[in-house]
Design a protein around this ligand. Structure first.
Ligand code: PAF
Length: 292
């Protein structure tokens, strides 16, 4: 049932466990939506899907320091806890917000690392080599602390989603991982908390990223050479005013192995995606699209 009251907040692993145990004792199934806050319509789509899949929805809000390199935007990452809680209340589908502090997640003496090879390599890891270890660590902890039936992640961070699927399968964490399609602005730009960093002019240019991805995906689907389509896609991004392109590549969805040459029609049973990361000034945008 929908309630527009502010959802209660658990601020430590112990409080979270007690609250989830009470939900379980009442016979409820539990979905977890892990976030770093600064919630937008993409996060609310995860919450809505979570509410379809389980009786109770827990949303975690934690800006995870281990997935930021020292030169990245951990300190300036937008934090709007009370606004986020109010947005969740307005949606009326969240039963509990988990909002731990850094010291609760990584207390004095913390010494464990989690690393997923294979799907964690290349793409975003080339320029952010620390990122997926940090994500794998915090997601393993969140899943362990909450023990949900299902956890939901956006497909915008498609490599992250595949890393988490691998982590959960390899460590026998008994949770279903659900990917939720990207939510886009009317001009196609994928919603992201980092879009807030864009100037008005950069924001206008940013909409070229999904357009270029759609063109490359269409060309690859028609059997054009993947290397040529990607190289021309990168040129188009520079022409549109992007300052730097980290990658624009086609990968198989299941294991993120590269798709090279021409994609033959008999490959359509092995779904593929065009994935890209590109910079406008100091803002790095990522996006991806399926090759239909
Ligand atoms: O996608 C995110 O918001 C974060 O990487 C996640 C999965 C919540 C882990 O900190």
């Amino acid at each position: 049932m929908k309630s527009t009251a502010l959802p209660p907040v658990a601020r430590s692993p112990g409080e979270l466990r007690a609250e989830v145990a009470a939900l379980r004792a009442a016979g409820a199934s539990v979905a977890l939506v892990p976030t770093m806050g600064s919630l937008h319509a993409g996060h609310l789509a995860l919450v809505r899907r979570a509410a379809e899949m389980a009786d109770k929805v827990v949303v975690s809000i934690f800006v995870n320091p281990t997935q930021f390199a020292p030169h990245e935007d951990f300190d300036s990452y937008p934090r709007h806890f009370e606004n986020d809680r109010a947005s969740l209340a307005a949606e009326g589908l969240t039963h509990l917000v988990y909002y731990p502090g850094v010291g609760d997640m990584y207390p004095e003496g913390f010494a464990t690392q989690v690393s997923v090879s294979g799907v964690s390599e290349g793409l975003c890891a080339t320029t952010r080599p620390h990122f997926f270890d940090g994500v794998a660590l915090v997601v393993a902890k969140l899943l362990n602390q909450c023990r949900p039936d299902v956890a939901l992640f956006g497909e915008k961070d498609f490599q992250q989603l595949q890393v988490i699927r691998r982590l959960v399968a390899d460590l026998d964490i008994g949770v279903r991982i659900e990917g939720v399609p990207i939510v886009r602005e009317p001009d196609g730009l994928a919603l992201s908390s980092r879009n807030a960093y864009l100037t008005e002019e950069q924001r206008a240019r940013a909409a070229h990223l999904p357009r270029v991805l759609a063109r490359v995906a269409g060309r690859v689907a028609m059997g054009e050479d993947v290397g040529i389509a990607c190289r021309e896609g990168i040129d188009e991004l520079f022409e549109a005013g992007f300052d730097k392109v980290d990658y624009l590549e086609v990968r198989r969805e299941a294991d993120l192995s590269p798709v090279l040459g021409r994609r033959a029609p008999d490959q359509t049973h092995r779904p593929a995606r065009v994935l890209a990361a590109a910079h406008l000034g100091r803002t790095r945008l990522i996006d991806n699209m399926p090759v239909q």
